[in-house]
Design a protein around this ligand. Sequence first.
Ligand code: PLP
Length: 294
Amino acid sequence: MQIPNTDTIVYVNGRLVRKSEAVISIYDSGFCHGDGAYEGIRLYDGKVFRLEAHIRRLFEALTMLDIDPGVDQAGMIKIVRDTFAANELTTDLHMRLQVTRGRKRMTGMNPMLNLGPASIVAFVDHKPPIFDKAGITLITSTLRRASPNVIDAKIHHTNQLNQILANIEANRQGADEAIMLDDRGFVAETNSTTMFCVKDGVLMTPHPTYIVVGITRGILLQMAVEEGWGAKEADLSVYDFVTADEVFICGTVGELVPVKAIDGRALKGPIPGPVTVRLMEKYRALTRAEGTAV
Ligand SMILES: Cc1ncc(COP(=O)(O)O)c(C=O)c1O
């Protein structure tokens, strides 16, 4: 068995270096203000899963943030492939590809204080899917996911305090993740993943309004169509999840994970339920079959 070298190779502004030696300026906009955008990307058996979709979403966020990354999408794809290729491990690698507004002349939020090129960093970690696939527990956070008139959650930005504060609530209550509601009281997503439930054979997920529009989410909605199941985006409250036949969360970093309890209430079994199991199998098969070779 290969022993993973956890001192991976990462990319920092044009250089490939060991993770333990990677540095960036304290005046970087990402460090000072969380001013940037990112993607979480996975490598399966030497192939990057849904690379173009991740790069497209990253560039959409950069457009909204008025950050010019200094490379086009093809250039960014090359950075991702070259960085993964520089690592000995070929699977269970997770990359956080992050672009910030770059270095500042002095601290201060005004982008006019920025000196020049954006910073591009590709963190690479040996990170198998992070949640327990036997089932996780959720609590409902007291904090709301930002509405588009505060900061549009569609912008996959690096300023994650809203979700980190919710994550702290989950930690304090011994749960794995926190459900975040929107400002009307409907479920948006968990602090780091998309939510789904199944009721009477219909797969349901919140509207793409107060959420990061997940790539995994899109894949699963498509799979439901392929399976001939009903699938819909809807306004769903905690009631719908607590009383559902099946609940699961999903995202690139953890894949699909069944939920076994919400706010201390045990959910209906079996866990995972049959629809979740089928989707877990299909998703796994897709990640093995598809991808951009590094
Ligand atoms: C808040 C949030 N929700 C959902 C997701 C899942 O998105 P994806 O399926 O594209 O990984 C992410 C991923 O970073 C996220 O940060």
